[in-house]
Design a protein around this ligand. Structure first.
Ligand code: GLU
Length: 431
């Protein structure tokens, strides 16, 4: 018989003193467990990734030297369908982070009810230090190393931080060369010319906007004239900024990895996009009233705050300073459980990552369906379906949160983990 201690023992490679983002995820699971009824018998399944692959990714640098990078692909859960989730290239990628991100994909995919499990990949590399050729070799070698476990019916990668349509095209091509046949559905977020979907690039930011609109109604905030601050101006924050500005909100602050630009009357977002395209960052934007350092961003008073960069940005250290009504988590894992509690006590409505940023994977699902049927939909149809799914998911989560008197995060976890564990239970254990 196993003891309770053995039951919950974590894999030995994780430092029990500091589990990083994976530890945050485990705390979130502990919070949902009392709400799972008889399904809680299966909850341990959510605390262990199904499969973890660590790979060495060697490339020849342009100067002739050989460099090695550490890569991962983690398949957290596949009870509801094949693994699904992005690939991140970042110098701070760790196994704990990729494990947490894969688990959040499981929850996210179940929350919007797309037929996928959860997976995630990453390479510990700063892609800004690589030439285009080096980046291509890195991507191809990584794809080859993980080709053992990915596939259109097994596990489907997509873009994430610092990966894009070009990287997906290289992944698709490498997989086709290895397999000896072309299956476009092996990755999503591809260029349109290779079976990508209209609306995919904007989908995550659009989804953030759609749930933001719903949350604003519940919270009695008018989007027109609302002050919005956004951390991150990439594929998520940049699109959300445009959509909120177009809807009449005032985007008063945008922060990227170099600093914060502020304009109380609302930044000109179209001009800011041009500036970033030319100069590589928001710093120096002539349309700003003020430039602040990174930390001062958290003192800006707003109605809506959108963390759309990396994990663990809102912590017990800065949560007390935040003055806003609604937080829309465009990033994955931006708020720690301690900060969650502080902000909930301050009556801030947090729309959690696993709901707020699910628009990306929702349109990835549309892309995968289109690839299989070789029949492509119009952008209007894609956006209409995306909006409907996000609204329905938000309202289902809202009802659970009202009924059970829990935060939107716990409510999303209740809905999603119930779906995952029901599938787990009805499938039963093999053999
Ligand atoms: N990387 C995105 C996310 O975190 C999208 C994943 C996908 O489309 O598979 O949700």
């Amino acid at each position: 018989m196993t003891t309770a201690h053995q039951q919950h023992a974590l894999p030995s490679y994780l430092n029990p003193e500091d589990l990083g983002p994976w530890g945050v995820y485990l705390q979130q699971i502990d919070r949902v467990t009392p709400h799972l009824g008889s399904l809680s018998r299966w909850v341990e399944t959510l605390k262990r990734p199904k499969r973890i692959l660590t790979v060495d990714v060697p490339i020849e640098r342009d100067d002739g030297s050989i460099a090695h990078y550490e890569g991962y692909r983690v398949q957290h859960n596949m009870s509801r369908g094949p693994g699904k989730g992005g690939v991140r290239f970042h110098q701070d990628v760790t196994l704990s982070e990729v494990m947490a991100l894969s688990a959040w994909m499981t929850v996210k995919n179940a929350a919007v009810n797309v037929p996928y499990g959860g997976a995630k990949g990453g390479i510990r590399v700063d892609p800004k230090t690589l030439s285009r050729g080096e980046l291509q070799r890195l991507t191809r070698r990584y794809t080859s190393e993980i080709s053992l476990i990915i596939g259109p019916n097994k596990d489907i990668p997509a873009p994430d931080v610092n990966t894009n349509e070009q990287v997906m095209a290289w992944m698709m091509d490498s997989y086709a060369m290895i397999e000896g046949n072309l299956s476009t559905g092996v990755v999503t977020g591809k260029p349109i010319s290779l079976g990508g979907s209209l609306g995919r690039r904007e989908a995550t930011g659009r989804g953030v906007f759609v749930v933001g609109r719903e949350a604003a109604v519940k919270r009695g905030v008018a989007i027109e004239g609302a002050r919005v601050a956004i951390q991150g101006f990439g594929n998520v924050g940049g699109v959300a900024a445009t959509m909120f500005a177009d809807a009449g909100a005032k985007v008063v602050a945008v922060q990227d990895h170099t600093g914060t630009v502020v304009h109380q009357g609302g930044l000109d977002i179209a001009r800011l996009h041009h500036h970033v395209a030319e100069c590589g960052s928001v710093t120096g934007f002539p349309g700003a009233e003020a430039f602040l350092d990174r930390d001062a961003f958290w003192d800006i008073e707003t109605e809506i705050l959108i963390p759309a960069a990396l994990e663990q940005q809102i912590t017990a250290d800065n949560a007390q300073r935040i003055r806003t009504k609604i937080i829309l988590e465009g990033a994955n894992g931006p708020t720690t459980p301690e900060a969650d509690d502080i902000l909930t006590d301050k009556d801030v409505l947090i729309v959690p990552d696993v709901l707020a940023n699910a628009g990306g994977v929702t349109v990835s699902y549309f892309e995968w369906v289109q690839d299989f049927s070789s029949f492509f939909w119009s952008e209007d149809e894609i956006n209409a379906r995306l909006t409907r799914i996000m609204q329905e998911a938000f309202n289902a989560v809202w009802s659970v949160s009202q009924e059970k008197k829990v935060t939107l995060r716990t409510a999303t976890f209740i809905l999603a983990c119930t779906r995952v564990l029901q599938a787990r239970e009805v499938r039963g254990l093999y053999p």
